[in-house]
Design a protein around this ligand. Structure first.
Ligand SMILES: N[C@@H](CCC[C@H](N)C(=O)O)C(=O)O
Length: 261
């Protein structure tokens, strides 16, 4: 059996897009198939899979991490998903996309796309540990869970070959962990260890969580744009007066074909 696919990325957080309009192509998308597709040696290679399913008169983004697990939301993924819907399915901007974290609206921003990521939920303090070093972190939900830790140097977190240790009582389903340094006024840089995918070159929801924590620390007025550098590029994040987080960044489709994986 052959399946159509596309490959794309947003700030080098890369995804396999699986068109499955009536949901009949991939069934419930078994975790083994996701792992096979995302395998960087034996498969197409990706941090996650974006299955495109029609729901009502719109589209649902069925997001899976590269280990086959489900997540509520993916910020880089939704821009790539919207790029796909625009270029291959004829959907216009502004565009609404259904996700496990509700409906998100995407707009064009020049060559880039802006996603309204909704309201952040800022919780209390927590801790993360890597190879015996522990940092204070802030728990933020962008629909999916994040722990944001400011560090002295991005290299301090080491090679991030394993998930950082975290409080299982606070994060029973695991957590995405961002390590952050300041680069200038309203300008930060981060690395991320993604739940279900390992260290990646970028995380859109992570960049939003980081900008929210930085804005709170800076007491920055709502509407202040934060530049968030990631290993794979740069995202811009604004936490608005009406408590929404707008994330702007690139979304690129790089290949399409068929696969029997
Ligand atoms: N890369 C994503 C986040 C993907 C989901 C995450 N790993 C999780 O399990 O919550 C992004 O760009 O937001």
């Amino acid at each position: 059996m052959s399946y159509p696919f596309l490959k794309g990325h947003g700030t080098e957080n890369d995804f396999v897009v699986l068109p499955d309009p009536d949901g009949s192509v991939h069934g419930d998308l078994p975790a083994e198939r996701v792992r096979a597709l995302c395998d960087r040696r034996a498969g197409l290679g990706a941090d996650g899979v974006l299955r495109a399913v029609r729901r009502g008169d719109g589209w649902f983004m069925d997001y899976r991490n590269s280990d086959g697990s489900v997540s509520e939301m993916c910020g880089n993924g939704i821009r790539v998903f919207a790029r796909y819907l625009h270029e291959r399915e004829g959907e216009d901007f502004p565009m609404q996309v259904q996700t496990r974290d509700g409906v998100k609206t995407l707009e064009r921003a020049g060559d880039e796309l802006t996603a309204d990521m909704g309201r952040p939920e800022v919780f209390g303090d927590t801790k993360v540990t890597v190879l015996g070093t522990t940092w204070a972190a802030r728990h933020v939900s962008m629909g999916n869970p994040h722990a944001v830790a400011f560090v002295d140097d991005l290299a301090d977190a080491g090679p991030l070959l394993q998930a950082p240790e975290h409080d299982e009582a606070i994060f029973p389903d695991g957590v995405n962990v961002e390590f952050v340094v300041r680069r200038g006024e309203h300008h930060v840089a981060m690395r991320v260890h993604e739940r279900g995918a390992g260290e990646t070159r970028s995380c859109g929801t992570g960049a939003c969580a980081v900008a929210v924590v930085a804005a709170l620390a800076d007491d920055a007025p709502r509407g202040t744009a934060y530049r968030v550098d990631v290993p794979g590029g740069t995202l811009s994040v604004v936490w608005t007066e009406d408590d929404r987080v707008l994330m702007t960044g690139p979304a690129v489709l790089v290949a399409e074909g068929v696969t029997d994986l």
